[in-house]
Design a binder for this molecule. Structure first.
Ligand code: NAP
Length: 233
């Protein structure tokens, strides 16, 4: 059995480590890795099919971020073309709260912000473009990696999760935040911002997950490792 794990999440790294798989990364972050891996796009579905066949992979786990929809669609199509088993590993979304304003896209999130809002933007360095035209809103923009372009009105901070409730409360209060903008990524490492926003009475604008092709899906690393063990028998 030769397994390819499509990564970009902590869970992907953990599954690859536990199974001895090759981890594939898009190359967005510059963290060094001491495990079998490759970096960079494949060149669409055709490129991925060619790579899978040339390297003799026999199974794929799509453990990309829940918002990395293009890579997930490519994995679905390439696995079908190659006849390879595909598992999706996706942590569960945060349960929707009645007080949240749910939106379908980043553009809708940007449009939902009222003029003169002070928004805490936690959507990632690659997702800031729809917010750039909103110079009537002040942004506290937080990301792991620096963004190519940040909103002109506001300040950008670089921080890596996990974040505690105490630090999230202090950060939001210090900047007089009125709105929190988030993707529904799920997971505990970044969930404290939601509790903090609720405690401070802020409006949460939550971007729904993109719709993806229906594939066999598990929520935990342990379940993904079990799947690998089962198909390897
Ligand atoms: P995307 O829109 O779904 O994918 C764009 C292109 O990037 C893909 O078509 C593929 O290029 C390449 N790519 C993406 N993931 C790859 C992987 N694991 N290995 C090799 N190539 C990959 O992805 P994205 O939203 O830009 O995310 C890029 C990476 O960051 C992903 O690995 C994702 O897990 C991680 N990430 C994303 C988010 C987010 O909010 N979107 C948050 C945290 C981490 P080709 O077509 O050339 O193959």
């Amino acid at each position: 059995m030769k397994l390819l794990v499509l990564g970009g999440t902590a869970e992907a790294r953990q599954v690859a480590e536990a199974t001895g798989a090759v981890l594939s990364l898009a190359g967005a972050t510059r963290k060094p890795l001491a495990m079998p891996h490759r970096v960079g796009g494949f060149g669409g579905v055709a490129g991925l099919v060619g790579y899978l066949q040339a390297e003799g992979f026999t199974a794929i786990i799509d453990a990309t971020h829940p918002f990395a929809a293009q890579m997930s669609r490519h994995a679905y199509e390439a696995s079908a073309q190659c006849g390879l088993p595909l598992l999706r590993l996706a942590r569960p979304p945060w349960p929707e709260q009645p007080a949240w304003q749910m939106v379908e896209s980043l553009s809708a999130a940007a449009a939902a912000l009222p003029s003169h809002a002070r928004a805490f933007l936690t959507v990632g360095s690659q997702s800031l473009a729809p917010f750039l035209p909103r110079d009537d809103v002040w942004f506290l923009s937080r990301s792991i990696e620096p963004a190519a372009q940040s909103p002109v009105n506001g300040t950008a901070i670089l921080q890596r999760p996990p974040f505690s409730l105490q630090t999230e409360l202090a950060l939001m209060a210090a900047h007089n935040i009125t709105h929190l903008v988030s993707k529904n990524a799920g997971g505990e490492a970044t969930a404290a911002k939601l509790t903090a926003a609720d405690a401070l009475g802020l409006q949460v604008i939550m971007v729904k997950r993109p719709r993806l092709p229906a594939v066999l899906t598990v929520e935990t690393v342990a379940q993904a490792v079990k799947w690998v063990e089962n198909i390897g028998e």
